[in-house]
Write a protein that binds this ligand. Structure first.
Ligand SMILES: Cc1ncc(COP(=O)(O)O)c(C=O)c1O
Length: 345
């Protein structure tokens, strides 16, 4: 029985399944800083295998995983290329500058995808005056473009340019399984075009805490040291790694339900005059603008609260996420309720 969680704010709000809670309780523990927590070690080897990389590292969050990965790829003063609305650039507290002393070269993507020619044009040619471009960061799915999955062909095209110029590629794959499920491909098809991948266990996969970073043995060794520097050396971490194992092995296929529910939500909202759908809905996110209702995010939040839901946004733009804990009938009831609640325009 899935515990209801009527909260559209994010897929980070998911609660662990009963099986995850039980797995935490029963987890065999050690000390992960000494490398002898068997549950963490098992999670890391499962993640490496699934993503097709040599090794993996369990980290506290997506932000910590991206930071450790970027530090492991770069030297102070390097330049890295990012999409201008990527999570790493917008929402990770400027960690690349503070922690890495890195220059950020941002490019406007086409629905989150960086065009190969734009990347090529942004890579610095070696010259005594210039910083060295060492890393390309990609985000898949691309959150602010509506949770759009970048295709395998798009990933390959960016990878090819990066490799022509000796750059490493880091994939912020917080929701890379949403991308794989939406595209109908094995996740390895996506991850093969990245030297390192960060993926979140605590979003649609419903684990309570944690992310994974995958890459080569050498890379993970460096990232592990940076994780320690960032305060992420955890001890009896098996207690939180155990739900992560269930997330990776049992929670991926059900993401298709979240995508179907997002589509249903989109179809319902599209019928309401005054609501505009901002991006194509391909995974578990529906971005809307409610300005046409004469409402702002607070009005919307209040109306949702009366219907038993949490939902919020900035100004008139809102992101609604579907996830574990929201079923088809909940979306149907929400559409009915919100249709009745909004002003008729
Ligand atoms: C694309 C993307 N990358 C990274 C993160 C960071 O994850 P965390 O919140 O676990 O730090 C998020 C969080 O929402 C995200 O959407």
């Amino acid at each position: 029985m899935v515990e209801k969680n009527l909260d559209f704010r994010s897929d980070t709000v998911t609660w662990p399944s009963p099986e995850m809670r039980e797995a935490s309780y029963k987890a065999v523990l050690g000390d992960d800083v000494y490398g002898d927590d068997p549950t963490v070690n098992e999670l890391e080897s499962i993640a490496a295998e699934i993503l097709g990389k040599e090794a993996a590292l369990f980290v506290t969050s997506g932000t910590q995983g991206n930071a450790a990965a970027i530090l492991a790829h770069t030297n102070r003063g390097d330049e890295i290329i990012l999409e201008e609305r990527s999570h790493i650039y917008l929402n990770e507290v400027g960690g690349i500058a503070v922690l890495g002393s890195l220059m950020a070269r941002t490019l406007k993507g086409e629905m989150g995808w960086l065009k190969p020619d734009d990347i090529r044009g942004a890579i610095r040619v070696e010259n005594i005056h210039r910083p060295t471009t060492t890393l390309l960061c990609i985000e898949n799915t691309h959150n602010t473009s509506g949770g759009i999955p970048l295709t395998v062909e798009q990933m390959k095209a960016d990878w090819d340019v990066a490799k022509e110029h000796g750059l490493n590629v880091h994939l912020d794959g917080a929701r890379v399984f949403n991308a794989a499920v939406a595209l109908g491909v094995d996740v390895k098809e996506i991850s093969q075009y990245a030297d390192s991948v960060q993926l979140c266990l605590s979003k649609g996969l419903a684990a309570p805490i944690g992310s994974m970073v995958m890459g080569s043995e050498d890379f993970i060794k460096r990232a592990r040291k940076y994780r320690k520097m960032l305060g992420g050396g955890m001890r009896q971490a098996g207690i939180i790694a155990a739900p992560g194992i269930i997330a990776l092995t049992k929670m991926v296929d059900r993401l298709a339900d979240d995508h179907a529910n997002a589509k249903l939500l989109e179809e319902g909202l599209r019928k309401i005059n005054g609501i505009e759908i901002l991006h194509p809905v391909r995974t578990n996110m529906v971005y809307i603008d409610i300005g046409g209702l004469g409402w702002n995010g607070d009005d919307w939040g209040e109306a949702c609260k009366k219907l038993g839901w949490k939902s919020r946004g900035s100004g008139t733009t809102l992101r609604l996420c579907t996830h574990y804990g929201i079923e088809r009938e909940d979306i149907e009831a929400f559409i009915e309720g919100i249709t009745a609640a909004v002003p008729k325009v």
